[in-house]
Design a binder for this molecule. Structure first.
Ligand code: B12
Length: 210
């Protein structure tokens, strides 16, 4: 029988094939995609992050674990998206300039899609001007920004400044997330909301479009 512990182990080992097998086995046991993400994938990456902080693992290990997680997410994404209803609104998402972390952003995007939103995902390392072009052409109700490292918080501020300069403040609601961000930081840069996880993102998005 597959367990979350086994899934976490194979993610930490960077074993792509076993990660997919464990995810499939957990699904076959009736586990929900969102629980597998929370209790298997996010937990495993948290452990990898702690080991990295403590000098017990290095960037190559972090990278293969990230890739293994993405392999697992590939299986879960269609299931999350299939669970959705009619488009409830349009959301542009992206990880800000200088930041290559996209797993959390991808989960947020998947959950939003699963909750019935149309998501335009600009990827990672997205410069402010690219966000602005897309806001102008796509006219979404919400912009969702992600950042994982303290040094790229400045890019989040720069993106918000660009939103203001483009005259879009108030026309698009902005939510931000990622571990270094706080509610105080969101307020300071003029964002409407800071969410701690993908569930927060969905809940807030629903409120923002209602
Ligand atoms: C995997 C990983 C990498 C991979 C990224 C691969 C990829 N495709 O994403 C690689 C190996 C490339 C990498 C590189 C680096 N990394 Co790194 N990485 C990680 C690690 C282990 C996991 C991150 C992750 O995916 N977590 C899982 C996801 C699901 O969580 P999440 O992103 O936080 O997202 C959730 C919430 O935050 C929230 N959320 C996220 N975005 C948004 C947006 C909105 C709108 C909302 C509402 C919510 C929300 O919802 C998500 C789902 O619940 C973390 C450690 C950790 N525990 O986080 C370090 C970590 C983030 N990395 C770190 C560092 C230092 C680096 C490097 C600078 C290392 C180096 N010396 O080169 C580089 C930076 C490269 C760059 N320019 O970006 C540090 C950052 C420290 C800091 N505070 O600044 C960490 C914390 C490790 C550590 N403990 O030191 N990394």
């Amino acid at each position: 029988m597959a367990t979350y512990e086994e899934l976490m182990t194979v993610i930490q080992e960077g074993n792509f094939v076993e990660t997919q097998n464990q995810v499939k086995a957990l699904l076959a046991q009736g586990k929900s995609p969102s629980e597998i993400i929370q209790k298997g994938i996010i937990e495993a990456l948290d452990i990898v992050g702690k080991k990295f902080s403590e000098g017990e693992c290095y960037i190559p290990e972090m990278l293969v674990s990230a890739k293994a997680s993405q392999k697992g997410l590939e299986i879960l994404k269609p299931l999350l998206v299939k669970a959705g209803f009619q488009p409830k609104g349009k959301i542009v998402v992206g990880t800000v300039k200088g930041d290559l972390h996209d797993i959390g952003k991808n989960i947020v995007a998947m959950m939003l899609e699963g909750a019935g939103f149309q998501v335009i995902d600009l990827g990672y390392d997205v410069p402010p001007e690219r966000f602005i072009e897309t806001l102008k052409s796509e006219k979404p109700q919400i912009l969702a920004l992600s950042c994982l490292i303290t040094t790229t918080m400045i890019s989040m501020k720069n993106t918000m400044d660009a939103v203001k300069e483009a005259g879009l403040l108030g026309k698009v609601k902005v939510m931000i997330g990622g571990p270094p961000t706080t509610e105080g930081f969101a307020k300071k840069i003029g964002a409407d909301f800071r969410g701690k996880d993908a569930y927060d993102a969905v809940e807030q998005a629903r409120q923002m479009v209602s």
